[in-house]
Ligand binder design. Structure first.
Ligand code: NAG
Ligand code: NAG
Ligand code: NAG
Ligand code: NAG
Ligand code: NAG
Ligand code: NAG
Ligand code: NAG
Ligand code: NAG
Length: 312
């Protein structure tokens, strides 16, 4: 140890290393819940979103004094993996570690913090960092919990109902509705620890035409989705056959209009007596066109249902 103080270059290097680790620990993307205890042991629950990087810090201590750093990694239901660093020889050692995404946060000769490059569900568990100093040992224990954003889907159901689902989130998402309806909410737990929540609501009052479901989760905040309710009775989406019938009817109407206007022109040029007939046919064709427009609108609005609106 005394040798270090004689070489200013090395001292500087170690000092810089300390600064770097101090500034990058803790990670901003982790929510720390401090259930602190008197030193030398600190237990912390850490929540990390699946797929993001996690950085776990050792107890901060002057690196010049560190003798040994030991990480004991115990993912739930798996044997522990041990990573250690001996300062005197600058040697790292691994035992039973197979997960390549768990590494030292910096280069192998600059411990002590630990990094998980992309957190997955199987990384949940206990992580402890032991730092041995000449004047005692210090330990940080982390209970790593993985957050999984749910996939939110929504659609109108039958009989003035609407359905909102938050699929495979961890922890379970919350679903709320505006305005309040008559709701049934079911949750289904999956073996990997994620939960699917499905809420089905019914609105009796016919003056409610659009409802909003809000899916709330730690990872995504509040997602607001709007659903258009059908008019009373059944409001199932139009089947393919219905669409074809409507299209055929429209085609027939257009053909009629074309035919009428063709006759009208011919009658206009040939004799004057036909003018009353052609005038009435024009009125008829006008009303046909209006009907066609109405049908078109109905078709568009039925396709326009279930628009997605996101608000953060
Ligand atoms: C933290 O999360 C934000 C988005 O929530 C992202 O833009 C940023 O890159 C993340 N930072 C790190 C260090 O992963
Ligand atoms: C934990 O709590 C202690 C005091 O109770 C405080 O000094 C420390 O900064 C806290 N750590 C975090 C990460 O919030
Ligand atoms: C820290 O957590 C471990 C289990 O992970 C427990 O045995 C220990 O008592 C805890 N220590 C404190 C001080 O809460
Ligand atoms: C390594 O894992 C095996 C089981 O996979 C276990 O039997 C053995 O005790 C472990 N070794 C250490 C050092 O933890
Ligand atoms: C819709 O309501 C009618 C009568 O109120 C009922 O017969 C029908 O089963 C309902 N359909 C659904 C899917 O609940
Ligand atoms: C968890 O399990 C559910 C159901 O088997 C699946 O839909 C989901 O994708 C899984 N999630 C992860 C992160 O593996
Ligand atoms: C619908 O009608 C009920 C009374 O029947 C009324 O209390 C409610 O405010 C109305 N809602 C809307 C959105 O107009
Ligand atoms: C989400 O909505 C709830 C109330 O429904 C509110 O308390 C909370 O602050 C909202 N969260 C965000 C991130 O907007």
């Amino acid at each position: 140890m005394h040798a270090l103080w004689k070489t200013p270059a090395l001292t500087l290097l170690i000092f810089i290393t300390m600064l770097v680790t101090e500034s990058s620990c803790p990670d901003k993307n982790q929510t720390m819940q401090n259930s602190s205890s008197p030193m030398p042991e600190v237990n912390t629950t850490v929540f990390v979103q699946m797929g993001t990087k996690a950085l776990l810090c050792c107890p901060s201590s002057p690196l010049t004094k560190v003798v040994l750093v030991t990480w004991i990694i115990t993912p739930r239901g798996q044997p522990p993996c041990i990573i250690s660093y001996k300062a005197e020889t600058r040697e790292t050692h691994e035992s039973n570690c197979s997960d390549r995404s768990i590494t030292w946060a910096s280069t192998p000769d600059l411990p002590p913090d630990l990094q998980i490059s992309a957190v997955a569900l199987q990384h949940e568990g206990r992580y402890s960092c032991d730092i041995a100093l000449p004047d005692g040992n210090f330990r940080n224990i982390y209970d790593l919990q993985v957050l999984v954003p749910p996939e939110a889907i929504h659609f109108p159901g039958e009989n003035r109902t609407a359905v909102c689902e938050a699929i495979a989130g961890k922890p379970a998402a919350q679903i709320t509705w505006t305005p309040d309806g008559d709701c049934v909410t079911k949750t289904e737990s999956h073996s990997n620890g994620t939960v699917t929540v499905r809420s089905t609501c019914n609105w009796e009052q016919s003056n409610v035409s659009v409802v909003f479901c809000v899916v709330s989760h730690l990872t995504t905040g509040n997602q607001s989705l709007s659903i258009e309710l059908g008019r009373g009775g059944t409001s199932s989406p139009p089947s393919l056959l219905t669409i074809i019938y409507v299209k055929m009817a429209l085609l027939g109407i257009i053909l009629l209009i074309v035919g009428f206007s063709f006759f009208q022109k011919r009658n206009y040029t040939s004799n004057a007596s036909g003018s009353t007939w052609s005038a009435s046919s024009e009125r008829e064709s006008m009303s046909c066109r209006k009907m066609a427009d109405k049908l078109d609108m109905g078709q568009i609005s039925s396709f326009d249902k279930a628009k997605l609106k996101k608000t953060e």
